[in-house]
Ligand binder design. Structure first.
Ligand code: B12
Length: 484
């Protein structure tokens, strides 16, 4: 069986489609033939489609949808029209069935299928189900019972107005996946133009943060990858000259024992001295021991999703740590010499000028290397916040909604929550609180080097072209600090 996998993510600087890399490996391990059409690296998309779709004997064409939009209140760049155009162009060139997948897809599968006019998609991870889908199509066998398959039915089921059905997922054992060679994507070019590569150490998140789509798109059960397999994969990237990496876990330090085991595996393979990597972490638990181990394993920078600095807001956001943990973790990071960023999510339920002020004050006290300010919360269906808003009536009359408020029942188009106590004033209030402090990344058109949207970020693109490598916030930090 032969499959074609297409990357539809055109955002620059480009991030390599690690999901396709993994799915391709799984297809090949089952004896399938894989072709990749990576539009993320194409100079001209139409020409790449013309060239890349030469044969017509694919069992299935899989398309990855990583980002539905830039999820950025000040940007609101919606990417699905571009995916739809790619789908249409693929259809004109092959009669093979199409299947969508990817994390953006998995947040709103039915709505994305409907928007793009595609009949099949696979919710969640693709390594277990996609090869089986291709095998069955090639063998002429029915596919409708495949776990995680989202598919269009000829007639809307009687218990639902939607013509789509979603089968319950079956989470595979990550230890049974083949070794990830990371050879399916042109990582050397992504490294030159995107400055980093990703790696994953686990999947799933059992937490219940008010706004977060990770449990929605990845599932709640936490599943760990064998640490030796992670080290092997990093060695494979290093062999291609890739020595700056970023974790693709929601939070690397959960559970802490797994984070330790991964670090130890990297140290045992001698990778700690040869790679520089960055992680997303939560501020609690973040022990001195773990920090020391991460340092020895090659970690140089950490992006903590702290969300807020006000205890009541942290509680409302469903976080299980408090301001004192944020301060303590900052001390640990300073002690171990990490560059670290505190990422804030402002404008949630209950936000006022006072909670904003307390947060900015706490950030100044903690003194991380940078503070990332995301203003307005993107509403994802299936999250507690989106459910609450839907119950309250998600329409123009809702005082906290901004973005595509009308004609957007499934929240597919960019829709944001901003506390009614602040409304659009939030930009002015935050701007005044932050002032000229260069440690805060913030949307300010007069200071592009502080722009925290990575979408079409010219400062980043230029810096990477000039040789900068690493996490984007750290590239911006170094550039801002030295002006290089
Ligand atoms: C790490 C990360 C980053 C890192 C990337 C580092 C790197 N080198 O890879 C950085 C910080 C750079 C980043 C940037 C951005 N990110 Co980000 N990021 C993530 C994160 C945490 C992991 C993504 C990842 O690679 N996962 C690991 C891979 C293996 O998983 P996967 O891609 O889902 O693939 C699996 C399945 O989806 C499936 N699959 C994938 N493709 C296909 C295809 C087919 C056919 C099939 C069947 C299956 C399938 O199988 C794969 C293997 O199991 C996710 C959240 C999350 N937990 O996923 C957010 C996330 C993807 N990011 C998001 C966003 C918005 C962005 C930015 C747009 C932010 C911005 N405005 O700047 C940029 C986009 C950058 C770009 N050029 O694309 C959103 C997207 C939400 C949405 N609705 O679109 C997410 C979901 C976070 C969130 N909830 O808000 N990000």
């Amino acid at each position: 069986m032969k499959v074609l996998l297409i990357n539809t993510n055109l955002m620059k600087p480009p991030i390599a489609p690690i999901g396709l890399d993994y799915v391709a490996e799984a297809v090949a391990a089952q004896g399938g033939e894989v072709e990749i059409l990576d539009l993320g690296l194409a100079d001209e998309v139409d020409a790449a489609l013309e060239q890349g779709l030469r044969s017509d004997d694919y069992a299935v064409v899989g398309l990855t949808v990583r980002n539905t939009d830039d999820c950025y209140f000040a940007g609101q760049d919606f990417f699905l029209p571009q995916v739809r155009r790619i789908v249409d162009a693929v259809r004109r060139r092959t009669a093979a069935p199409l299947a969508l997948g990817g994390v953006g897809f998995s947040i709103l599968p039915e709505a994305v299928l409907s928007f793009c006019g595609v009949d099949w998609g696979i919710w969640g991870e693709g390594e277990f189900v996609f090869p089986e889908l291709a095998r069955r199509v090639a063998a002429g066998e029915p596919v409708e019972d495949l776990p995680g398959l989202v598919y269009r039915t000829a007639v809307a089921p009687s218990d639902s107005p939607s013509p789509y059905r979603r089968n319950p997922p079956r989470f595979g054992d990550l230890a049974t996946l083949p070794p990830m060679s990371r050879r399916w994507i042109d990582h050397a070019r992504y490294f030159r133009e995107g400055g980093q590569a990703g790696f994953e150490t686990k999947r799933g998140c059992p937490q219940s943060c008010l706004y977060c789509a990770d449990p929605v798109a990845k599932g709640r059960p936490l599943r760990l990858r064998p640490p030796a397999a992670v080290a092997e994969e990093i060695a494979n990237l290093l062999a291609q000259g890739i020595d700056h990496l970023h974790t693709c876990d929601s939070e690397f330090n959960l559970p802490e024992r797994h984070a330790r085991a991964v670090c130890q595996a990297l140290i045992d393979r001698g990778l700690g001295r040869r790679v520089r990597w960055y992680a997303y972490c939560t501020p609690q638990p973040f022990s001195d021991d773990l920090a020391a181990l991460m340092r020895r394993a090659g970690c140089v920078g950490i992006d903590f999703g702290v969300d807020h600095g006000d205890d009541e807001m942290l509680q409302r956001l469903g976080r299980d740590f408090r301001a004192e943990d944020i301060l303590r973790t900052a001390e640990v990071c300073h002690r171990h010499g990490f560059a670290f960023m505190y990422d804030l999510l402002l404008g949630g339920p209950g936000e006022t000028q006072e909670t904003l002020r307390r947060t900015v004050d706490l950030m100044r006290q903690a003194a991380p290397s940078r503070v990332g300010l995301s203003i307005g919360i993107r509403l994802y269906p299936g999250t507690p916040l989106a459910q609450r808003v839907a119950q309250e009536g998600a329409g123009p009359e809702h005082p906290a909604l901004f973005g595509q408020v009308e004609d957007n029942p499934d929240f597919l188009r960019p829709l944001f929550y901003v506390s009614p106590a602040l409304g659009e004033d939030i930009f002015r209030v935050v701007g005044e609180l932050v002032g000229e402090d260069e440690r805060f990344f913030f949307v300010d058109p007069t200071r592009p080097e502080q722009n925290y949207n990575y979408n079409a970020n010219e400062v980043l693109i230029e810096a990477i072209r000039a040789g900068a490598r690493g996490a984007y916030w750290d590239i911006l930090r170094r550039r801002g600090a030295k002006g290089t």
